[in-house]
Ligand binder design. Structure first.
Ligand code: PGA
Length: 259
């Protein structure tokens, strides 16, 4: 059984103080939930402090981006080693906002995925089609291509390594728009992603990889996605910014999984 992952993507929101307040207000009992991975991907400057605050809880720390080199003359960049040292375990890579606003292409995403594995970080790979691609009927091809290119050159050697990968299906048109994909469409996309993983890695390993959905997920619709066998959780932007709302989404998935 794959463990569901509920992931907060705070994007460029929350100062250090606001990030710390979120965790102070986050319901104590939920900080110890088991059976769900609760991951908070915070801005870089909050990571070290949140890592200390998360000690002794089951919350997991994530970053939203990184450079692929371990160090070097890359002004303004953050390396995988720096993330590891402050206690980061997951890193979002290839988010459509980075592809769109910072010209990240599949080749860069591929370098970052390789680097994350090398330095012991778990990548959260984001893939998804634009509205135009969807309207042209290219969704499946776009997803398969993004998966293939992101994982190019990686081999199914280490089973443990692949168990750490999360792939987020994030249709670009659903992000931040309040218009999520339909549950059935998201499930179908998740199946296409898993097939693409199988083409690359063989039949067995992709059964361990979590494929989640992201794009306008909120308290009212999260179980529409998480209840589907092909979808192993959610990547949540706007609705993860309030601790009560994030907590209620975790509770909803927890109760649903316990039946
Ligand atoms: P949203 O963002 O939940 O605000 O739509 C999701 C994401 O970008 O990961």
């Amino acid at each position: 059984m794959r463990q569901p992952a509920i992931i907060a993507n705070w994007k460029m929101y929350k100062t250090l103080t606001e990030a710390e307040e979120f965790l102070q207000r986050f319901p104590e009992e939920l900080g110890h939930v088991s059976g769900i991975e609760m991951i908070i991907c915070a801005p870089f400057v909050a990571l070290a402090s949140l890592s200390r605050q998360m000690e002794g809880t089951s919350l997991i720390l994530g970053a939203q981006n990184m450079h692929w080199e371990k160090d070097g003359p890359f002004t303004g960049e953050i390396s995988p080693l720096m993330l590891r040292e402050v206690g980061v375990r997951y890193v979002i890579l290839g988010h459509s906002e980075r592809r769109m606003h910072f010209s990240e292409d599949d080749e860069i995403v591929n370098k970052k995925i390789k680097s994350a594995f090398t330095f012991g970080l778990s990548p959260i790979l984001c893939v998804g089609e634009s509205l135009e691609q969807r309207e042209r009927g290219q969704t499946d091809a776009v997803l398969a291509q993004q998966v293939r290119k992101a994982l190019d050159g990686l081999h199914p050697r280490e089973e443990e390594m692949w168990g750490r990968l999360v792939v987020a299906y994030e249709p670009v048109w659903a992000i931040g728009t309040g218009k999520p994909a339909g549950g059935a469409d998201a499930e179908q996309a998740a199946e296409v992603i898993r097939l693409a993983l199988q083409e690359q890695l063989g039949q067995e390993l992709p059964t361990k990889i979590r494929v989640i959905y992201g794009g306008s997920v909120n308290e009212a619709n999260i179980t529409e996605f998480s209840s589907r066998p092909a979808i192993d959780g959610a990547l949540i932007g706007g609705s993860s910014l309030k601790e009560q709302s994030f907590a209620r989404m975790i509770q909803a998935v927890y109760h649903e999984r316990r039946g």
